[in-house]
Unconditional design. Structure first.
Length: 397
């Protein structure tokens, strides 16, 4: 990809201009330059490190920026690969994952991308990385060619596209493009290990059953959302007994990890109870909820649980290392007509969350007449079938 000095100077000159106005004024004559301005603005936070490191970074298409991994998640992915390993990224796209691996200890990285325009941009963006190679082509064909050449990698990384041919979203591995489950025989000849980046919508047990040799499943997210499942597969094995589950949460200055096995979860004991005024309620991060250590959380942190199917944990003592948020209980009310009618007069602003409750959060918010605010109301069904309104305020441990 050869870009002129005028290309970059025009972008610098118009970097603060409205892309919509630029399109009206310059149209197709400066379409690619306007795309760079627009994408740099849209993905300034998502790709802050990549854009700061390379002022000449190129976005080949708007979709490539939308679909790419963030710098923060890419850095975590890079940490899943041991130093000195050889890696092949089979669905590289914009290449943020692959370039992060190349910069963070991988001995050699091959990035496979089937879209010629995206592959060309990836060659440009990875210039200067001596341990980086771009191969253009469908990864299924590339795998066959590399096996024929006798090439072997320590790790293969794949992030199958989650959109069907008609543009609708899909989640199951067999519906994604490419179907990694159908590629396993060839992958076993290409690499020793496989990392699959998959939708957080997938059922963990079912997904592991479809990937024999799974050794580790990571639910990876932020403090507000579970972003993905990362499944590590030993391609030299076909057993999944005793695989590890990690719930990892990344945030500003935060790296929280909760690790366990299904056997530990099955053997854990649970203490049930009702929260009281002054107790601390512990709300797990989304990645922890996806991992589902619903008994083990209480056992490890000496917490009580509101009920077998009521995922609310609390204690009268502090658990500072808990992988989630903490809130202090300021009032507990039975779910009765007299309290429902008067609730908004006492707490006009409170976020509403329901746990094992027969009314959804939106409907209950309307029924109570409250608006969103700093307090949190948990409407729960306790272990003894009592329905409670538990009002809390956020605290810092």
């Amino acid at each position: 990809m050869k870009l002129s000095e005028d290309f970059y100077s025009w972008i610098a000159e118009h970097s603060s201009d409205d892309p919509a106005r630029l399109r009206l004024k310059f149209g197709r004559d400066r379409a690619f330059e306007i795309l760079q301005i627009d994408c740099r603005r849209k993905y300034a936070s998502k790709l802050a490190d990549s854009l700061a490191a390379d002022p000449e970074f190129i976005f080949p298409t708007a979709l490539s920026g939308e679909q790419t991994t963030s710098d923060r998640l890419a850095s975590y992915h890079a940490g899943m690969v041991p130093d000195g390993a050889s890696v092949i990224d089979l669905t590289a796209g914009l290449g943020i994952d692959a370039m992060s691996m190349a910069r963070h200890g991988a001995a050699a990285v091959v990035a496979v991308e089937r879209d010629p325009e995206v592959a060309d941009a990836l060659r440009h963006n990875s210039r200067g990385l001596e341990n980086f190679e771009v191969i253009e082509g469908d990864c299924r064909d590339v795998i066959k060619d590399l096996i024929t050449q006798g090439r072997k990698f320590d790790y293969a990384f794949i992030d199958p596209a989650r959109r069907a041919g008609d543009g609708s979203r899909v989640f199951a591995l067999g519906d994604c493009e490419p179907d990694v489950t159908a590629m396993l025989p060839e992958l076993r000849s290409l690499a020793g290990n496989l990392i699959v980046k998959a939708s957080p919508m997938l059922d963990i047990t079912d997904t592991v059953d479809r990937l024999p040799g799974t050794t580790e499943v990571t639910t990876l997210g932020t403090t507000t959302e579970c972003k993905e499942l990362d499944i590590r597969v030993d391609l030299d094995s076909d057993t999944t007994a005793g695989y590890i589950i990690k719930a990892v949460t990344l945030g500003d200055g935060l790296m929280s990890e909760f690790m366990f096995t299904r056997a530990e979860e099955a053997a854990a004991t649970v203490m049930f109870g009702e929260p009281r005024v002054g107790d601390t309620v512990y709300e797990p991060f989304p990645a922890v909820m996806k991992a589902a250590p619903f008994k083990l959380l209480g056992e490890r942190f000496c917490l009580k649980k509101a009920g077998p199917n009521t995922h609310m944990w609390f204690s009268d003592t502090e658990a500072p290392d808990f992988p989630g948020r903490a809130l202090r209980v300021i009032e507990v009310l039975p779910y009765m007509s007299k309290h429902i009618k008067r609730y908004a007069s006492r707490y006009p602003k409170a976020g509403v969350t329901t746990r094992n409750f027969d009314t959804g959060a939106d409907a209950l918010r309307t029924k109570l007449g409250v608006k969103d605010g700093p307090l949190r109301l948990f409407a729960i069904t306790a272990f003894n079938s009592r329905k409670l309104l538990v009002t809390c305020e956020p605290v810092t441990l």
